[in-house]
Write a protein that binds this ligand. Structure first.
Ligand code: HEC
Length: 170
């Protein structure tokens, strides 16, 4: 009943489809691996400044959660305030010239949100309210991470630095 000729042709066709499918899957995976987020060209020092602040944001968030589960609202307020606008004012001027306006605004809105968390933790003393605010604020972390990546550059123009700093010493 079976026609061997047709079967082997089918097998070849199936193999072809399989190979095409694998190639497609691999190509798709490779495409997804390319980081398409907007590049922030920073110097080594500027990158370190941003990432140090980032780690402080993560550690501070953890501290807030820890205080929250202990229902220590005074500690919640302290930890939240340490991530507020006071944190932003620490030597961020040199980054303002380099980072896009939208990036800075998103960053500031996170600091403002933590100040609000501190104020509400002191006045309302409602852990559930704080949790909800924290959840909303963390969406901003994700929104920024989805859109930006840092790349190190030593190009003076990209650094936005004073060109006179690069004049050779006499
Ligand atoms: C305005 C933009 C922005 C906001 C808001 C932001 N981040 Fe980031 N964060 C970045 C960028 C840019 C990087 C580097 C990403 C890259 O180069 O891939 C980063 C990296 C990090 C890292 C990695 C640090 C390291 O040492 O590598 C952590 C942790 C982090 N962010 C935590 C947070 C947390 C927590 C929040 C919110 C409370 C937050 N970030 C909000 C921009 C932001």
């Amino acid at each position: 009943m079976r026609k061997p000729g047709i079967k082997s042709t089918r097998e070849i066709e199936l193999k072809k489809i399989l190979v095409i499918a694998l190639v497609f899957i691999t190509a798709t995976a490779t495409a997804a691996e390319i980081d398409k987020r907007q590049i922030l060209p920073l110097s080594e020092l500027q990158r370190n400044h941003v990432l140090t602040e980032m780690r402080a944001l993560l550690a501070g968030t953890q501290n807030i959660l820890d205080a929250l589960y202990k229902e220590d609202m005074a500690a919640v307020a302290d930890h939240a305030r340490s991530l507020g606008m006071g944190m932003a004012h620490k030597g961020e001027d040199h980054l303002k010239a380099v980072l896009p306006k939208e990036f800075m605004q998103l960053g500031m809105s996170v600091h403002k949100a933590f100040d609000q968390i501190a104020v509400d933790a002191e006045s309302l003393k409602d852990p559930k309210h704080t949790l909800q605010q924290l959840s909303e604020s963390l969406k901003k972390c994700g929104a920024c991470h989805d859109n930006y990546q840092i790349r190190i550059t030593e190009q003076p123009a990209a650094l936005g630095m004073n060109p006179s700093l690069h004049h050779p010493h006499h």
